[in-house]
Write a protein that binds this ligand. Structure first.
Ligand SMILES: [Zn+2]
Length: 85
């Protein structure tokens, strides 16, 4: 990605990290499977996606957890639990 392409992408994001909304993000984020550029993120958000292994299902559970919604597997049969999706 060229400097001009990066600037154009950042302009499309209004100059902010699309996740935490802080100004002047620096890290060009790629989909590690396809190589597609997804956006420009701040250091913390880029690292967080890596920590969550780019898994949206894990990130959604993390958000619910942080909001205080306790993780509870659902008993669907004796001894059989379904995990929240
Ligand atoms: Zn961020």
């Amino acid at each position: 990605m060229t400097v001009d392409q990066r600037k154009a992408l950042l302009d499309e994001q209004f100059g902010i990290c699309p996740i935490c909304l802080k100004p002047a993000p620096e890290h060009v984020d790629h989909d590690h499977e396809t190589g597609r550029v997804r956006g420009v993120l701040c250091f913390s958000c880029n690292a967080a996606l890596g920590q969550f292994r780019d898994r949206p299902d894990v990130m959604r559970r993390a958000a619910a957890y942080v909001e205080g919604n306790v993780w509870k597997p659902k008993l669907v049969a004796p001894g059989v639990y379904r995990l929240p999706s």
